[in-house]
Design a protein around this ligand. Structure first.
Ligand SMILES: CCCCCCCC/C=C\CCC/C=C/C(=O)SCCNC(=O)CCNC(=O)[C@H](O)C(C)(C)COP(=O)(O)OP(=O)(O)OC[C@H]1O[C@@H](n2cnc3c(N)ncnc32)[C@H](O)[C@@H]1OP(=O)(O)O
Ligand code: FAD
Length: 664
């Protein structure tokens, strides 16, 4: 039967050890074991079903999410799951919910910005879920510009309290997930005012709702901000609005790791950089980069399997049509996304390491790598989420008409994913942060301050400004040193050109605004270089398993040459490569697609996704697409009755009217 046979035959063609590739994708044998076990546990639990999500009203959808969250928590306790297993369970439940913000932002904020004492007080309550917290930073009038927040926290020395207040409509907290209907507490960001003096933005733990009856505490107005894009999707989350009318909290509820307010109302700065107030955003951006590979690989898995099952045109001698995956156009759209999923996986792994490293250094009062960590998390968050959002939409198109059906899983995946381009920092705003970092690095070249970390290549500025690409034949593009040099030279030259243009302005801030579109492009070039170089570094590790390394090398080259092809203008205009070398890169890319083609299904099987997680008729492991699509259609509530509700009121009168007209 079509589908079953197609995917089975594809799997038999694989030229590498899929089980070993699963380990590489998961990160370790241990992680694979945990994620495999937990994903099956979730898939086999009827409470975690997802198939009716797009058909529920907002209220039913939300209540169902609450039910799932409560059930997930119950299972975590019953099974005594470790922190790692519990996080996997929430991941595979696959439904945005207040839990994400509680575990993903509220707890990390207290850990990162609270003193030892504050952690001892609040963390046990949060870990046991005796309180539920969210992260209330953004306001109706201020999101990107954190320093523009208007909420005030005024110290009252009489009572040793802060008075939290929303002075204007635009100061209403707006967007925080989990705030609208669930959270009992929030970390609220507001301006610290002491003795009428404004000391800038700080975080405060504020109780919002009664722990007895869940009613808002006096002075607090709170609610949900309304339906968001798509059906199902992010509407399982209660993004909220919050206003304070002179709400009092004890002084010790200001998060005081960065700065402390004494009983006398004196502000004392710690020796840690003030930017640690932004620390949770660095943590979450890092996490978002890892998650990008999950969302993209999920879409790619669906589109790849379906492309092997779907046949159109080109009758072969045996009378069957061509699998659409065999069309070069399909490959040239699909395989770069497959390669990107792997590339984002590895850069995510590296970023996790970088984040852990910066944290260890912070504990030892070494703050030197913080700017690098900020630039990398901001830039890679921007790059990977934009590419993933676009990639999911491309996968929908790769699945033709059926991709538009909710049962393909792609519309909901797209709707749930796209806000990642906005939350945790608008992607353009974040690239501008990277651009500032690059300009600063360039301006310090020659000052004796050597560039470090991901900007180390900038130390070779003279060589990179002059080098000529050595490619003479297509296969030369397979050499990692050739690819790296081309990407380094492009990034170096774009940053230097931006810095030179900026230097022409008397006022640097004005210049920065004027040149911001070019600066963003320079930031993108730098971030793409990081992704390529981390993929290449990954390949230098010991990679066991028959044929695994070869497949990863092909994917790494596809990623790099695809980016080169997409940004050809940059590479040519900076003189990093010649038009002839560009055309050789293209020829090499085509040949790489042919190399990956027989392995495509096995490469997506290596993600080890259950059908439950994919929630896609088109991406089913068994390829049994058509009977299941047919079956799925009949489940739509519209098909509950043969004659639709409304027939008598609305259809019949039209038909009768037409009949009369026809007789006239
Ligand atoms: C199951 C577990 C799941 C866990 C994972 C959870 C995932 C959950 C997934 C989804 C949920 C989504 C929830 C969404 C939440 C949110 O969206 S919270 C709100 C996020 N808001 C933003 O991101 C706002 C973006 N804006 C900013 O970050 C800042 O305003 C700014 C754009 C950086 C500007 O800052 P500022 O006004 O201070 O000005 P600058 O001059 O640019 O910066 C001053 C110096 O500080 C340095 N800097 C800036 N940011 C940071 C940072 N984060 N860390 C370190 N350093 C930073 C900057 O480089 C300047 O340094 P310099 O003076 O040396 O040049
Ligand atoms: C689904 C979702 C969940 C969220 N969850 C939370 C949460 O839990 N807690 C929380 O506090 N917040 C949350 N947010 C808010 C989120 O962090 C902000 O929406 C985000 O930081 C973007 O800010 P903004 O909305 O003010 O966009 P704006 O800054 O208003 O952006 C509008 C446009 O202006 C452009 N722009 C802005 N500034 C500049 C500049 N300097 N230069 C060039 N262009 C610029 C942007 O690129 C964009 O095109 C959430 C948002 C969403 C969508």
């Amino acid at each position: 039967m079509a589908g079953f046979d197609d995917l089975a035959s594809e799997r038999s063609k694989a030229q590498f050890d899929v089980e070993e590739m699963k380990v590489i994708w998961a990160g370790s044998r241990h992680t694979l074991e945990v994620s495999d076990r937990i994903s099956r546990l979730v898939a086999n639990d009827p409470v975690f079903r997802k198939d009716t999500r797009t058909m529920l009203s907002r209220k039913d959808l939300f209540k169902n999410t609450l039910r799932k969250a409560a059930h997930a928590w119950k299972r975590i306790i019953e099974l005594r799951l470790s922190e790692e297993e519990a996080a996997e369970l929430r991941f595979y439940v696959d439904e945005p919910a207040f839990m994400d913000l509680h575990w993903g932002m509220f707890i990390p904020t207290i850990k990162g910005q609270g003193t030892e004492e504050q952690q001892q007080k609040w963390l046990p309550l949060a870990y046991k879920m005796k309180i539920i917290g969210c992260y209330a930073q953004t306001e109706l009038g201020h999101g990107s510009n954190v320093q523009g927040l208007e909420t005030t926290a005024t110290f009252d020395p009489q009572t040793d309290e802060f008075i939290i207040h929303s002075p204007t409509l635009t100061s209403s907290k707006w967007w925080p997930g989990g705030l609208g209907k669930v959270s009992t507490h929030a970390v609220v960001y507001g301006r610290l005012i002491i003795d009428s003096k404004d000391y800038g933005v700080n975080g405060f733990i504020v109780q919002l709702r009664s722990l007895d009856d869940h009613l808002p505490l006096p002075g607090i107005t709170i609610g949900d901000i309304g339906m968001k894009f798509g059906s199902g999707a992010y509407n399982t989350m209660d993004n909220g609005v919050l206003r304070f009318d002179h709400v009092r909290i004890p002084r010790d509820q200001m998060l005081m790791r960065v700065s402390q307010v004494t009983r006398e109302g004196k502000l004392v700065q710690s020796n840690v950089p003030w930017q640690l107030v932004y620390g949770t955003m660095v943590y979450v951006r890092q996490k978002i980069v890892s998650d990008a590979s999950c969302a993209l690989s999920r879409a790619v898995c669906i589109a790849t399997r379906y492309s092997a099952v779907r046949r159109q045109f080109g009758l072969q001698s045996n009378g069957i049509e061509t699998q659409v995956i065999d069309y070069k156009t399909q490959q040239s759209r699909l395989f770069p996304l497959l390669a990107s999923a792997y590339a984002f996986r590895f850069v995510g792994e590296w970023l996790k390491w970088l984040y852990m490293d910066v944290n260890q250094r912070l504990q030892a009062s070494d703050f030197s790598t913080l700017p690098e960590a900020h630039a990398c998390t901001a830039g890679l968050k921007s790059l990977t989420t934009s590419a993933t959002a676009d990639g999911i939409e491309e996968c929908r198109k790769l699945c033709g008409g059926h991709g538009y059906l909710c049962s393909s899983g792609l519309p909901e995946l797209f709707a749930v994913y796209i806000p990642a381009c906005t939350y945790e920092g608008d992607n353009i705003v974040l690239l501008l942060q990277v651009a500032r970092f690059l300009i600063k690095t360039v301006s310090q070249l020659g000052s004796g301050k050597e560039p470090v970390g991901t900007t180390v290549y900038m130390g070779r500025v003279e060589q990179l400004m002059q080098c000529h690409c050595a490619v003479q034949k297509a296969e030369d593009w397979l050499k990692p040193s050739v690819i790296l040099e081309a990407f380094e030279a492009r990034s170096m030259r774009m940053s230097v050109a931006s810095a030179q243009n900026l230097a022409k302005f008397d006022n640097q801030e004005e210049g920065f605004l004027e040149l911001s579109a070019d600066l963003v492009q320079a930031a993108v070039a730098h971030c793409q270089l990081i992704v390529v170089s981390k993929f290449i570094e990954k390949l230098q590790q010991d990679i066991p398993g028959k044929g695994v390394k070869g497949q990863l090398e092909a994917l790494c080259n596809i990623y790099a040459l695809f980016i080169l092809h997409k940004h050809l203008g940059d590479f040519l205009s900076t003189g990093c490569i010649t038009p002839k070398q560009a055309s050789l890169a293209n020829a090499q890319l085509r040949s790489l697609y042919s190399q990956v083609r027989p392995n495509a299904i096995a490469l997506v099987d290596a993600f080890n996704y259950t059908d439950h997680y994919l929630s896609s008729v088109l991406g089913r492991y068994d390829g049994n697409v058509y009977p299941k699509l047919y079956e799925e259609a009949w489940k739509d509530p519209l098909n509950d009755s043969v004659v639709p509700d409304g027939y008598q009121e609305y259809i019949q009168p039209i038909l009768k009217q037409q009949l009369r007209n026809a007789r006239l």
